[in-house]
Write a protein that binds this ligand. Structure first.
Ligand SMILES: Cc1cc2nc3c(=O)[nH]c(=O)nc-3n(C[C@H](O)[C@H](O)[C@H](O)COP(=O)(O)O)c2cc1C
Length: 259
């Protein structure tokens, strides 16, 4: 049964808690365990092809009938600049040499951004996961409209008030307020603009004053007291990443003892 608070009603969950999407760490097993417990599990497909992402969605669906979130990277696609790339490769040459390796002759983009990946959009419109979230920016407005028209709830991650305003203006359903304490991927929209490095509580307070859509606090929240504190500052719910890393369902490797 869904909780009665606005975020739980929106996400059709019992508790307004989201397990953060974490590329390399979150798994279908982790997302399903969280969703089966009444919160919202997430899978991270920011580094996946559409086929691999479809398989991850199917693997999660096989483990839970509950809603879960599918997370995408919306970074600005890289533009080729041979002079700039050559300078980086020259800079990195000694590090390759240290390990007896040869640097590549050129650089290529490691992950395809969702903003440039129409087959991924088509896959999502076919699969219709309950929730989709965006990191490092937003896709084209028509794509957001298409996902919402398919009944998918959309979340965007903001590190500043300006990014939150863009998320709200694009018609997304809720905003994840990611403070600088957050582990892992830092969701700034435009790295060239720099990072204001607002803490989670300051950002939540700011967004609570200026945004109309539900706010999900993320960054440095590890327990019930942290959740209560975020809620008392105006968050409708929370997103926790680091706190889930040690779960048996996580894909994080055990420490090797080496530095
Ligand atoms: C190992 C790791 C990987 C992450 N990868 C992603 C990701 O793929 N997509 C995303 O939107 N956020 C990612 N994040 C950020 C989380 O969404 C969230 O903002 C963060 O975990 C909250 O801070 P906390 O770790 O202190 O709870 C990652 C976080 C961690 C710890």
């Amino acid at each position: 049964m869904a909780g009665t608070d606005p975020l739980s009603r929106l996400l059709k969950i019992e508790h307004p808690i989201i397990q953060a999407p974490m590329v390399g760490v979150s798994t279908p097993e982790l997302a399903a365990a969280v969703s089966n417990a009444g919160a919202l599990g997430s899978i991270a497909i920011g580094t996946s092809t559409p086929d691999a992402a479809r398989e991850t969605i199917a693997a999660t669906r096989a483990l839970t009938p509950q809603p879960f979130n599918v997370n995408l990277f919306c970074h600005r696609p890289a533009s080729a600049d041979s002079e700039h790339d050559a300078a980086w490769l020259k800079h990195l040459q000694p590090f390759f040499a240290e390990f007896g390796a040869t640097p590549p002759s050129g650089l290529s983009e490691i992950y395809r951004s969702f903003v440039d990946d129409r087959p991924m959009l088509e896959m999502l419109l076919e699969e219709r996961p309950a929730v989709v979230s965006f990191h490092f920016g937003l896709p084209p407005t028509e794509w957001i409209d298409a996902l919402r028209a398919a009944g998918i709830v959309t979340l965007g991650c903001a590190t500043t008030l300006d990014e939150a305003r863009q998320i709200e203006a694009a018609g997304l359903d809720a905003v994840v307020a990611q403070g600088t304490e957050a582990g892992g991927h830092r969701g700034v929209f435009d790295p060239d603009q720099g990072d204001l490095s607002l803490g989670t509580f300051a950002l939540v307070r700011l967004l609570a004053r200026h945004c109309q859509i539900p706010i999900v606090a993320a960054g440095g929240i590890m327990d019930g007291a942290g959740i209560a504190a975020a809620q008392s500052l105006g968050a409708d719910g929370v997103q926790l990443g680091t706190a889930f890393i040690l779960c048996p369902e996580s894909a994080a490797l055990p420490p090797t003892g080496r530095c």
